[in-house]
Design a protein around this ligand. Sequence first.
Ligand code: PEP
Ligand code: MN
Length: 305
Amino acid sequence: MSGKRTDDAQVNGGGKVRDPGPRLVWRETRPEGTRVQVGTRGLEIGGAGFVVMAGPCAVEGVEQTETAAAAVARSGAHLLRGGVFKPRTSPYAFQGMGEPGLRILAEAGRKAGLPVISEVMDTSQIPMMLEHADVLQVGARNMQNFALLRALSKVRKPVLIKRGLSATVQEWFLAAEYLLAGGNEQVILCERGIRTFETETRNTLDLAAVALAKQRTHLPVIVDPSHATGNADLILPMALAAVAAGADGLLIEVHPRPEQALCDGHQALTPERFETVMRRLPPLLAAMNRHLSRPVHPAHAAGAR
Ligand code: PEP
Ligand code: MN
């Protein structure tokens, strides 16, 4: 390799060519910060309003999804989450309901008055996701699926990109860079815990990375305390910690009957415990000069700012 320093290849002292770093994600390129527009009712992620996405890990059926949707909407959640394509470690584990599940999720969101977010695992799933979902989630295991990122850089809907299980902050930023570089500016970062030597929690929630991402990039940052801890008892304290770290919102798993969940039941909150989380957020948000974003559905707007 030549030792010539070009725009696209930075050369180390040793003469080895390093990958070029991010460019478009840096806060300097948009000091005012990116505000991602979700759905058709004016919901914004990345402004002063704090946004909560909640719902089951996986869509399991109509009753389960609609019960969860109604409950999280009642408690003031802003988006309904639910996976229909599940990236499971074992091929024998529940893989998700696929497109029929996506229809169930969209209908549950419509009835509860909430926009929906769901994971897209493969480029072939993008058209159906665009039809039914308001935010497309890239899962931790797909953070470096570059074909998927390139395809999603061409869509006109927001993409939430989770940090990979063992991804450095720089790799996470570069994954977001793929989306921006291809022309999609509606990008949300999501910290969901990383693999460390610790085994008492499912992952280790990297809150410093949240503060860092807020300082260094202009993108909204969401924290997922459910996958970060794998423990329903730790969701409330880590949700509050996420607020203190400067996150723009939360992604929380809620199931009407966690003990019967087909996926991630041990980390799912009951609707009652989710309600407690939602009640504990406002005082801490106020201390951070923020507030819960106004409910998306007019029926839940009583008393909202
Ligand atoms: C999920 O959100 O259900 C999920 C599979 O998350 P992650 O990609 O963070 O493991
Ligand atoms: Mn899950």
